[in-house]
Design a protein around this ligand. Structure first.
Ligand code: NDP
Length: 321
């Protein structure tokens, strides 16, 4: 089968497009003919070696497609079913063997592209706003990179929960997208000191929670944008990994909470059903609007990763197989 795989870690040039052994579904797995794969930052971390794994490996951790065959012991799915998944690697390929526990049925009203686009970033935005720090209408949240794939969905879900949202964005065009997603205020953080703006916008109090997927470049000022007992949710490394933290600083800066969550710990079978069910029903009702920036052919996956890392994109990038 055709796939995008790596034999060593490195830049986009290590992504190879070529023939790779078609997987066979092991017990508990489902073989899916992939229609669309999501492109995510985790693919870049796995490619460049920030996140380690055995090589050679097919990359891509999110997709939608049609069930081709079932491994031993799988129930609840049959050949021909439309399915989507995340947190199982191998979606940059014509076929993927996916654990049945990671799969959800795609409702008829959801296209393959929308299903693939919603899974990783949508479930991430869901757990961040509903579980890590369950927002309500008494909270003010700071959301970084709010026009990005995940950020834009966090903004929409924070507004669904009634919170006030202060967003950051890297350009005027991105600020407009963040506003359209529902942000109450948008700070152009490349030109403005966002910490000072947050203090001003909260009358000196600071925010209850910061959702920070940018990482190294924003960590210090994010922590300093919190009110006492606020929560720093550092969920990504788009600008690089956050260096080790001085634990005592959480005390001196106001008895702060700090978490570094990952979707893997927020996606039990029950949570997967809850979160994907919410996503698909909000998409149907128009409460959640996806934004697909571009769909690339599988052979151009390297370009998709270059574009995502290059800070020029808004919303979701996909690869069609
Ligand atoms: P985005 O679409 O948000 O793209 C990243 C954005 O980050 C850029 O567009 C840019 O927006 C901003 N950014 C700021 N500094 C940099 C930099 N130096 N290099 C690149 N981008 C920068 O990507 P995703 O939605 O796919 O991912 C966002 C973050 O969420 C990532 O860190 C990812 O790892 C994390 N994530 C974490 C998950 C988890 O469970 N922990 C799950 C899913 C995603 P701007 O121009 O506005 O600054």
């Amino acid at each position: 089968m055709k796939a995008i795989y790596i034999e060593q870690h490195g830049g986009p040039e290590v992504l190879k497009f070529g023939d790779f052994a078609k997987p066979a579904p092991a017990p508990g797995q489902v073989l899916v003919k992939v229609a669309v794969s999501g492109v995510n930052f985790i693919d870049i971390y796995q490619r460049n070696g920030l996140y380690k794994m055995p090589l050679p490996a097919v990359l891509g951790v999110e997709g939608a497609g049609v069930v081709e065959a079932l491994g031993e012991g799988v129930t609840g799915f049959k050949p021909g079913d439309s399915v989507a998944w995340t947190m199982a690697r191998g979606s940059y390929a014509e076929y993927a063997a996916v654990p049945a526990v990671s799969l959800v049925h795609v409702p008829a009203h959801v296209s393959m592209s929308d299903a693939a686009a919603a899974m990783l970033q949508g479930m991430t935005a869901h757990y961040l706003t509903h579980s890590t720090f369950p927002l309500d209408n008494t909270h003010t949240a700071l959301v970084h990179a709010a026009a990005g794939g995940t950020g834009r969905l966090i903004v929409q879900m924070a507004k669904l929960r009634g919170a006030r949202v202060i967003a950051t964005a890297g350009s005027a065009a991105k600020a407009q997208v963040a506003r359209e997603a529902g942000a109450d205020e948008v700070i152009l953080y490349n030109d403005t000191d966002f910490q000072a703006s947050v203090k001003q916008l909260t009358n000196g109090a600071g925010v209850h929670v910061v959702y920070d997927g940018v990482g190294k470049a924003t960590y210090d000022k994010s922590i300093d944008s919190l009110r006492p007992r606020g929560m720093m949710v550092s969920f990504g490394n788009a600008s690089g990994a956050v260096p080790p933290v001085d634990l005592l600083s959480l005390s001196t800066k106001g008895s702060l909470f700090l978490t570094r969550p990952t979707l893997g710990n927020y996606s039990s079978p029950e949570e997967l059903k809850w979160r994907s069910g919410d996503l698909f029903s909000w998409m149907k009702d128009g409460k959640l609007k996806l934004m697909i920036e571009k769909e690339y052919p599988l052979a151009d996956t390297a370009q998709a990763q270059i574009d995502l890392a290059g800070r020029g994109t808004m919303g979701k990038l996909l690869v069609t197989i």
